[in-house]
Design a protein around this ligand. Structure first.
Ligand code: ZN
Length: 315
C-alpha cells in the first residue's frame, strides 16, 4: 500500500503515470488527498503487475536514462550569475545573524571554550558557522570560502566530494545523525535543492532542526510544483524525470512539512526563489543530445518560477 510521506494516509490521486514512451522513469506521481503533497513512487515489478501497468517503449526509456546519467555530470550554471545568486544567500544569512546577535553569542562561547579547552578538545567545532547540506558543485562553499565564513559542507556523491576536496573546500561525507552525535550545532544551515531527494522529509528536517542553534537560520530551496511551466509541461516536466526526485513541493506543502518537523509557522517564510541561470554551453549540450538521440523528455529547466525558497528561524 502506497502512503503519503507526510501524513501516512493512503487516499491518493494519481497525477501522472509517467509510463509512456516519453518518460525515462517507470514511476507514478501521486498527490495526497489529505494534505496535497505531491510525491513520486517508482513502481516495483510486483506493483506494476498488480496494477496491470503497461510499460511501453522500454528501449527508449533505457536510452533516456543513459542520457540523463551523462548530463548529470555536466556543470549546469553560468559561473558569474551563480556566484551572485549564492552571494545573495550569504547576505541573507549574515543579515539575520547580525540582527539576532548570534555571532556575538558564538564569540562569547568561544571565549569560554578557551578556558575549558583542556576539558574538551572538541570545542573548536563550535566555531563552525554554516552547514551546507548537499554541496553538489560547491558553488556556495566557494562563496563561503571567499568570504572567510567558517563552514562545513556535506556531500555524499563520491565523485563530487572528491572534486570539492581537491579544490580545498571543507566538505565531508557525513550524515546528519553523525553530526548530532558529535554535538555539533550551526548558526545557519543551507539546503539547496536537496529536500526533493529525501524520502522521509519530516525526520530529515527534524535532524536539521536539532543541528540548528537557537535563533539560527535555515535556508532551503526546492523545485516549485506550482510553477506555470510544470502546469504547461504536465508529465513532461523535467523535474519529474530525475530518478532520485521523490517530492514536489508547493509553498503550502513545504510549509506544512516544516511545521510537522517542529518549526513554528510564524518563523517560516516561503517565497519564489531568485532564478538561477544555466550556461549556454550546458543548454546546447543538452539540446545536442536531445536532437541526436531523439529523446524528447529532457526539457531544459530555465523556469524563472521554477524554485521555492524558504527562510526559517529556529526559536
Ligand atoms: Zn498526506
Amino acid at each position: 500500500m502506497i502512503k503519503c510521506p507526510l501524513c501516512q494516509q493512503t487516499k491518493l490521486k494519481t497525477l501522472y503515470p509517467l509510463n509512456d514512451k516519453t518518460s525515462s522513469q517507470k514511476k507514478k506521481i501521486f498527490q495526497c488527498q489529505n494534505d496535497n503533497l505531491v510525491f513520486a513512487k517508482t513502481l516495483t515489478s510486483k506493483e506494476k503487475k498488480e496494477g496491470k501497468e503497461k510499460v511501453k517503449g522500454n528501449e527508449i526509456n533505457k536510452e533516456a536514462e543513459k542520457e540523463q546519467e551523462k548530463v548529470k555530470d555536466l556543470y549546469p550554471y553560468h559561473p558569474l550569475l551563480i556566484k551572485t545568486y549564492f552571494n545573495n544567500k550569504l547576505t541573507t544569512i549574515n543579515t539575520h545573524l547580525i540582527q539576532t546577535n548570534i555571532t556575538k553569542d558564538c564569540q562569547n562561547k568561544k571565549g569560554n571554550q578557551k578556558k575549558n579547552k583542556s576539558k574538551n578538545k572538541d570545542n573548536s567545532k563550535q566555531t563552525l558557522k554554516v552547514l551546507d547540506i548537499g554541496s553538489g558543485w560547491g558553488d556556495f562553499l566557494k562563496v563561503l570560502e571567499a568570504a572567510k565564513t567558517p563552514y562545513l559542507g556535506l556531500e555524499n556523491d563520491r565523485q563530487k566530494l572528491k572534486k570539492l576536496q581537491q579544490q580545498g573546500l571543507n566538505c565531508q561525507d557525513k550524515t546528519l545523525t553523525q553530526l548530532i552525535k558529535e554535538k555539533q550545532t550551526f548558526a545557519a544551515i543551507t539546503c539547496f535543492q536537496v529536500v526533493e531527494h529525501i524520502k522521509n522529509p519530516v525526520s530529515f528536517l527534524k535532524e536539521v532542526k536539532q543541528l540548528l542553534k537557537e535563533k539560527g537560520i535555515l535556508i532551503l530551496t526546492t523545485p516549485n510544483h506550482n510553477s506555470p511551466l510544470r502546469k504547461l509541461k504536465k508529465a513532461k516536466w523535467s523535474v519529474y524525470n530525475y530518478p532520485d526526485h521523490h517530492l514536489f513541493f508547493s509553498k503550502e506543502t513545504l510549509k506544512q512539512t516544516l511545521i510537522k518537523a517542529g518549526f513554528k509557522e510564524k518563523n517560516i517564510i516561503v517565497k519564489l526563489d531568485q532564478p538561477r541561470f544555466f550556461s549556454l554551453n550546458y543548454i546546447l549540450k543538452r539540446l545536442g543530445k536531445l536532437e541526436r538521440k531523439k529523446v524528447i523528455n529532457l526539457t531544459i529547466p530555465t523556469d524563472p518560477f521554477g524554485d521555492l525558497s524558504a527562510m526559517i528561524t529556529n526559536s
